[in-house]
Design a protein around this ligand. Structure first.
Ligand code: KIV
Length: 272
């Protein structure tokens, strides 16, 4: 069932909570640079995530672990310069918040001050409770992230679906409720069974935004390079590809190479 969309001139953390209360689904996509962020914002996406997936899709690393706080700030400030409407959430990278709450706060302050981002996201539940409290106490909005948390990939060993077993599922529900009580404004749930995600979404009043977590949650997030089909080697079941940019771009670039080689480009109208 689709619900009438309210016209938000600027999306805030409050707007997202209102969207959930009104049954309006929340759209979220990643962006890491000015040009892409401008397109994503103009298309009407509610939340832009400057994800640490930049480590994979922008820098070519195998995991999200290597990206640094300075690099996240660089990506986030490029995105912020492009955005008029969306709420911009910035990932705290691995190693910038895990050791203690003071470090978590320092990293969050750097993101807010140096990039102009609107909120931070961090992975984990009860283990990072003190850090979340500290960041929130400084007036910085926090988005949680539970389920498959890619910064813990070496603990999990694989990128497979999380929380299929009861103990992990119960901990996830408790963590989501804890994040709400602490004051987080939203939670991302990644790659968990759809029924569990729906149970979480129904048990809390802050929005739950899913990736590989089914349709029973309050919104969806995808990595922009994946949904535009820029990477034809990544095809998880949860991904819907809206374009096949890999094919279209290699075709267009191949045609350019051909035109240069054959001296077809530039023609008379394309020169001074
Ligand atoms: O870094 C990222 O892109 C993310 C999404 C997968 C939610 O955290």
């Amino acid at each position: 069932m689709s619900v009438a969309k309210k016209d938000y001139k600027k999306v805030t953390t409050k707007s997202l909570i209102e969207m959930k209360a009104n049954g309006e689904k929340i759209s979220m996509l990643t962006a890491y640079d000015f040009t892409m962020a401008k397109i994503v914002d103009t298309a009407g996406v509610d939340v832009i995530l400057v994800g640490d997936s930049a480590s994979n899709v922008m820098a070519g690393h195998e995991t999200t672990l290597p990206i640094t706080l300075d690099q996240m700030i660089y990506h986030a400030s490029s995105v912020i310069r492009a955005v008029d409407r969306a709420l911009v959430v910035v990932d705290l990278p691995f190693g910038s918040y895990q050791s203690d709450p003071k470090e978590a706060l320092r990293s969050s302050i750097r993101i807010m001050k140096e990039s102009g981002g609107h909120a931070v996201k961090l992975e984990g539940g009860s283990e990072i409770k003190e850090s979340i409290k500290r960041i929130l106490a400084a007036g910085i909005p926090v988005m949680g992230h539970l389920g498959l948390t890619p910064q813990s990939i070496y603990k999990f060993g694989t990128y497979t679906v999380r929380a299929k077993e009861e103990a992990e599922a119960e901990k996830l529900v408790e963590d989501a409720q804890l994040l709400e009580r602490l004051g987080c404004f939203a939670i991302v749930l990644e790659k968990i069974p759809a029924k569990l995600a729906q149970r979480v979404a129904q048990s809390i009043s802050i929005p739950v935004i899913g990736i590989g977590a089914g349709g029973g949650v309050d919104g969806q997030v995808l990595v922009i390079h994946d949904m535009l089909g820029m990477n034809n080697e990544f095809s998880p079941r949860f991904l819907r590809r809206y374009l096949d940019l890999y094919e279209q771009m290699t075709g267009a670039i191949g045609k350019y190479v051909e035109d240069v080689k054959s001296a077809d480009f530039p023609n008379e109208k394309e020169q001074y």
